[in-house]
Design a protein around this ligand. Structure first.
Ligand SMILES: *Cc1c(COP(=O)(O)O)cnc(C)c1O
Length: 407
């Protein structure tokens, strides 16, 4: 038997009082989530919004984000794994819910039993039908076609026969083809022609399916960038992940320019502040040396918290200024160079000061995009990899069932 630690197993109990006083936390603003969902829903209308909450809602917390997204008008939820969908059902979430990435080990029976819609790229069909027979309940299936991404989805060559087989099973009452979908490859680069080609291919496969008698509730193609830049890709439903979290999928366009508000702020407290002489080497490898006598601030987060080790130079905001991380980022900690302060002789220490790695970027504060640049990656990865070691703290939770209104 393999032992898999649940995320909750490794979450530390906050040492200090709950709330923003925590030693370190990822603060998730559920009002920002709701704002972003409403904004995306207005852009997509009359198409409906599927809030994509895979990977623990890109690190934001699947259950609270799913609830906030549904409150704000998302009609569907989307995840990659059936196990992620089952966790949402276990939390009492009953909205239409699609899971699209499977292995032969996936629990299709549990998905059918829980009324989870199942993405099907081909081989899954027999497993899904087996599960439906077992559960004596028709499965809800979204057929997935590869229109050019070259990842999951049936090839165009296999589409005819997949649709034909699915319809035979539908006639037998074993499943219902609820949706037809595909995924875009380059929608974040709106000038590229491949999106047009994928759209054309998608229209063709829809026509084939309709000729075969498929009458889907939802046809869906658009991710966040396509939702924001290509109304012709909206069809009946848009699958929005990144935009729900308030981040921009486009190089050179800020969330604010897109009407979005970043929902996650990662912050901690400075855990040491000391004067050092000129030439002080900093952190493993001694790759950085102070230019002159200087004061170093120790930031108690590192790669075990999900800060990429390669992201030296990433900004940390302390007392209204952004300081680049100097030297190597370690497992638990990293260092900023504050310049000479003379704390030993009464200069201002920043011990215990609030240190923000990234947030909504207001007032020149650092952003997930800044860290993405420092790490040579994308904002998706920065927020998603913030580890379970960092407690999530929710603000603006609103009127949750069974609780008083926290505002
Ligand atoms: C992750 C994912 C999405 C969401 O993409 P964003 O760019 O975050 O909006 C949509 N569809 C599929 C199939 C996905 O895997």
């Amino acid at each position: 038997m393999t032992y898999q630690a649940a995320a909750g197993d490794v979450r530390p109990v906050p040492d200090s009082a709950s709330g923003p006083a925590n030693e370190r936390s990822a603060v998730i603003d559920l009002d920002a989530i709701r704002h972003n969902v409403r904004h995306v829903a207005a852009v997509a209308s009359p198409a409906k919004v599927m809030a994509v909450v895979k990977a623990d809602a890109y690190g934001h917390g699947a259950v609270p984000v799913a609830r906030a997204a549904l409150e704000a008008g998302a009609r569907w939820l989307g995840v990659a794994h059936i196990s992620e969908a089952l966790a949402l059902r276990a939390a009492g979430i009953e909205a239409p819910l699609l899971a699209w990435l499977h292995t032969p080990e996936s629990n299709f029976s549990a998905a059918v039993a829980a009324g989870i819609d199942i993405g099907c790229s081909g081989w899954e069909l027999d497993k899904i039908v087996l599960a439906a027979r077992e559960q004596e309940r028709p499965a809800r299936v979204h057929l997935k076609v590869d229109t050019g991404l070259g990842r999951n989805g049936a090839t165009l060559e296999a589409w005819d026969s997949l649709v034909g087989e699915a319809m035979e099973y539908q006639d037998e009452g074993l499943l219902r083809v609820v949706g037809i979908f595909s995924h875009l490859a380059v929608a974040d680069e709106p000038h590229r022609p491949e999106t047009d080609e994928q759209l054309k291919a998608f229209r063709e496969v829809l026509a084939i399916a309709e000729d075969a008698g498929v009458d889907p509730e939802v046809r869906h193609l658009a991710n966040t960038p396509a939702t924001l830049s290509r109304p012709d890709t909206h069809f009946d439903l848009v699958r929005v992940g990144l935009g729900i979290y308030g981040l921009s999928p486009f190089e050179g366009q800020t969330p604010a320019e897109l009407g979005l508000r970043p929902a996650m702020t990662v912050r901690t407290k400075v855990s040491h502040c000391k004067d050092v002489p000129a030439g002080q080497g900093v952190s493993y490898g001694l790759n950085y040396h102070t230019a002159g006598a200087s004061t170093l601030g120790l930031i108690p987060m590192g790669y075990a918290d999900g800060v990429p080790r390669v992201a030296t130079g990433g900004p940390v905001r302390v007392e209204g200024r952004n300081y680049p991380v100097v030297g190597r980022i370690a497992m638990d900690q990293m260092v900023i160079d504050l310049g000479p302060r003379g704390v030993a002789s009464g200069g201002a220490s920043v011990l215990g000061a609030e240190a923000v790695l990234f947030g909504d970027g207001a007032d020149g504060g650092p952003t997930a995009d800044d860290w993405a640049r420092a790490a040579g990656t994308i904002n998706y990865e920065i927020v998603t990899r913030i580890s379970p070691r960092v407690p999530r703290h929710y603000i603006n939770e609103g009127q949750a069932e069974g609780q008083g209104g926290a505002g």
